[in-house]
Write a protein that binds this ligand. Structure first.
Ligand SMILES: [Ca+2]
Ligand SMILES: [Ca+2]
Length: 275
């Protein structure tokens, strides 16, 4: 039970607007007046699990409740459904490390929702992410990207409506730069990703940075096709890390392709909240 505030009372008669009510409140009992103040009880159980303390009507109380449209919970990964909030009639409150409307995603590192918190330096990555299999559209190797969006170091198709197959206008390999992920926390021993493009480590690579040190790196295979690679990170469990894509070359195969960073990582809380 939560204390019932005046603000809650004001809205008790219009439960279609639940935004200003105690966030977890899904049912309210309004009781008889005592000395000019109403008595009320809030049920802050936001799920219908067995044993939750759903309020029931009682004598002299008016029982108001929000019909929870989330029966058969739409929230994955132990997300908590809450009534109200959105035009869907519910929202999922995601546990740390999961994001999206239904708490399905563990970090948004597949570029399907854009570049997210990745930060760019130089010009190599200014048109990223890339939509679709852009190399195949100009009759090169298939990128084999995950989903629709990926990092194509030589590509320029940052809008779905852009013509397919175009290269970076500076030249496929000429620009240099870096693209650095938001911080994430390593919570298990394995992370994996897709990588392609150049195949000289000193020129084009993905790096894992822990405590300002590069502790792992990986390069492509001198093909636009990306292949799955993984890093065993058991000694870094519990630490925070970033992935940095590095393009230090203007020569042949001087670009890097990347997609679908995933595995035993969770996002920092502020990243989770923004989604
Ligand atoms: Ca992707
Ligand atoms: Ca380059």
């Amino acid at each position: 039970m939560s204390a019932c505030t005046h603000r809650d009372m004001k809205h008790a008669g219009s439960l279609d607007n639940t935004k200003d009510v105690e966030p977890n409140c899904v049912s309210i009992n309004v009781g008889p007046s005592q000395g000019g103040n109403y008595t009320c009880e809030l049920n802050n159980a936001s799920d219908e699990s067995p044993g939750s303390s759903n309020l029931q009507s009682k004598q002299d109380y008016t029982h108001l409740s929000i019909e929870n449209p989330c029966s058969g919970s739409p929230c994955f990964n132990n997300g908590t459904r809450q009534a109200g909030y959105t035009d869907k009639g519910f929202r999922c409150k995601c546990p740390l490390g999961f994001t999206g409307v239904y708490c399905k995603k563990a970090c948004s590192f597949d570029f399907e929702d854009g570049i997210g918190g990745w930060e760019k330096t130089g010009r190599a990555f200014i048109y990223q992410p890339t939509f679709g299999d852009n190399p195949a559209a100009r009759e090169r190797e298939s990128a084999q990207q995950q989903g629709d969006w990926w990092i194509g170091g030589a590509e320029k198709r940052s809008n779905e409506s852009d013509p397919a197959g175009k290269l970076h206008p500076d030249g496929a390999d000429k620009p240099k730069g870096t693209l650095t992920s938001p911080c994430f926390r390593i919570v298990g021993k394995k992370i994996s990703f897709l990588i392609g493009g150049g195949c000289t480590m000193a020129e084009a690579r993905a790096e894992l940075i822990v405590n300002n040190e590069v502790v792992r790196n990986e390069t492509g295979n001198c093909s636009e096709t990306m292949y799955s690679k993984s890093w065993d990170l058991v000694e870094f469990i519990g630490q925070y890390a970033q992935v940095r894509l590095v393009d230090e070359s203007s020569g042949g195969w001087g670009h890097i392709n990347f997609d679908d960073l995933k595995g035993d990582i969770i996002c920092p809380h502020h990243f989770d909240e923004k989604n």
